[in-house]
Write a protein that binds this ligand. Structure first.
Ligand SMILES: NC(=O)C1=CN([C@@H]2O[C@H](COP(=O)(O)OP(=O)(O)OC[C@H]3O[C@@H](n4cnc5c(N)ncnc54)[C@H](O)[C@@H]3O)[C@@H](O)[C@H]2O)C=CC1
Ligand SMILES: O=C(O)CCC(=O)C(=O)O
Length: 462
């Protein structure tokens, strides 16, 4: 009698939770039609949340999920600029100020032709949970424009950045919203945007942007932070199985900021990184990639990865990006872009004996690929946790700006290592508490969600 009563109660709450998740998700889909990346990001988070909603049903009673998936503010604006031939172009700019429960909105800006409201919202939603996992006092936001920096002159990029900031400036500030870089936005673009912001405001507010140059308020180790942080996270995952990245064969997709510094740290810890890519194709160098050549191609010459062969004729180049996951490796790090690693690629990695996969990029693995890794007991580091090092050091940059002082590279790196260790441990602890031991996908979503949800409950319905 008692047992069947308990069983019925348990089924009731299971049903309520599932009904609540389904209902909020279907509202997201109907209210935001065609925003497929945003739907995917919502579904990924919701898939992990049943256990915590069962344990703490007050999150449902207080409508936390309904509020979480609706950005506090979405700003869309015109970005007109003039090219070197005098022709006028108009791009569309975005900033999604998604959630400020834990602090001012914080997250990068992406300049890429694919940028639209769906992409900015998926990135913004992920950023809320990621920022919470770092333990830093930062809310979640993201922005960008459908501007393609490829093939543009330095003057064109400067004029674009100035125009973009002419509008964005009125919406941001060191205690309001602090943008940084993402795809297509590095220290050069941040510099031009900072210059324009300073001119408009008539103030030197260093803390309004992060990822700044070292000469005017940037932090040592910010450039390296996302890639290094991903490797610190991978080391924690591997350690849990008595393994290490030392001696591993590693494959990294992309060859931008995240990929380059992931390769640098992995190599310094004894991994052999044999492949990396750009949006045209990938290189395979069985001796281990020469990172100085990659840096020269990507950071100095802004050229294509194929040109690696000029200095390393024994290496191989393959057109197309997906083939990179067919290379046998122990550790795979997708560090390029969303949905770059699908179930077919996951199956290849698994059949070749991959031991760990960690997402340096945001949402690079499709939901089916993630399921395949988890079902096959592959260590899986989700983006929200594995690539949190970049925004964590951005928060340290804000702290240094507030104090008007600078920490050494070693000091920042040490704090980054501690944050990545803490992030790993809080994801693991949540996975254990909610009976999914070692499933860091569930652990990261629950641990990050709980911190944000508790703050939202404390603030009331606002
Ligand atoms: N920069 C940062 O601090 C952080 C970046 N991320 C994420 O990491 C990813 C990469 O960003 P960044 O390195 O900053 O950008 P980036 O602009 O420096 O580099 C992007 C690289 O990816 C390559 N790429 C683009 N599409 C590709 C594809 N389909 N296959 C292979 N390569 C492709 C580009 O050629 C470029 O080399 C993005 O998902 C971004 O959101 C995440 C956390 C922080
Ligand atoms: O450093 C930041 O504020 C943002 C980094 C970022 O865009 C990300 O974590 O995806």
């Amino acid at each position: 009698m008692t047992n069947s009563y308990i069983l019925r109660k348990k089924n009731d709450i299971d049903e309520q939770v599932q009904h609540y998740l389904d209902e909020v998700y279907s509202t997201v889909v109907s209210r935001n039609p065609n925003e497929t990346e945003f739907h995917q990001a919502v579904a990924l988070i919701f898939k992990s949340l049943s256990p915590i909603l069962r344990k703490y049903p007050h999150y449902m009673e207080k409508g936390i999920l309904e509020q979480l998936v609706e950005p506090e503010r979405v700003i869309t604006f015109r970005v007109p600029w003039i090219d070197d031939n005098g022709k006028v172009h108009v791009n569309r700019g975005f900033r999604v100020q998604f959630n400020s429960a834990l602090g001012p909105y914080k997250g990068g800006l992406r300049f890429h032709p694919s940028v639209n409201v769906s992409i900015v919202k998926f990135l913004g939603l992920e950023q809320i949970i990621k920022n919470a996992l770092t333990g830093q006092p930062i809310g979640g936001g993201k922005g960008g424009a459908d501007f393609d920096p490829k093939g543009k002159s330095d003057n064109e990029i400067m004029r674009f950045c100035q125009s973009y900031m002419s509008e964005l400036a009125r919406h941001i500030g060191p205690d309001t919203d602090i943008p940084a870089g993402d795809i297509g936005v590095g220290a050069t673009e941040i510099g031009y945007m900072f210059g324009q912001y300073k001119k408009i405001r008539g103030n030197f507010e260093a803390g309004v942007l992060t990822g700044k140059g070292l000469g005017y308020g940037g932090s040592l180790a910010r450039k390296e932070a996302t890639g290094y942080g991903a490797i610190y996270f991978v080391e924690e995952m591997l350690k849990s199985k008595g393994l290490s990245i030392n001696g591993s064969t590693t494959v990294v997709s992309g060859s931008g900021n995240v990929a380059i510094y992931a390769i640098e740290k992995a190599t310094s810890l004894g991994a052999k990184v044999v492949a990396c890519s750009d949006s045209d194709g990938f290189i395979y160098d069985e001796n281990g990639i020469d990172l100085d050549t990659i840096k020269e191609i990507k950071e100095v010459n802004k050229d294509r990865i194929e040109t690696y062969l000029a200095k390393h004729p024994a290496a191989a180049y393959f057109a197309g990006c997906n083939g990179i996951w067919g290379i046998p490796c122990d550790v795979a790090l997708p560090c390029a872009t969303q949905n770059e690693l699908d179930s077919e690629s996951a199956a290849k990695l698994i059949s070749h004996g991959v031991k760990a996969v960690a997402e340096g990029a945001n949402m690079p693995c499709t939901p089916e690929a993630i399921d395949a890794f988890l079902e096959n007991d592959i260590l899986f580091g989700p983006a929200k946790a594995a690539n949190a090092g970049g925004v964590a050091v951005s928060s340290l940059e804000m702290a240094q700006n507030s104090m008007r002082m600078s920490w050494t590279f070693e000091e920042v790196d040490e704090k980054l290592q501690q944050i990545m260790k803490n992030t790993y441990e809080s994801c693991l602890a949540a996975s254990i508490e909610f009976e999914a031991e070692g499933n860091l996908e569930i652990g990261s979503n629950i641990a990050g969600f709980k911190r944000v949800a508790d703050a939202m409950v404390a603030h009331g319905v606002i």
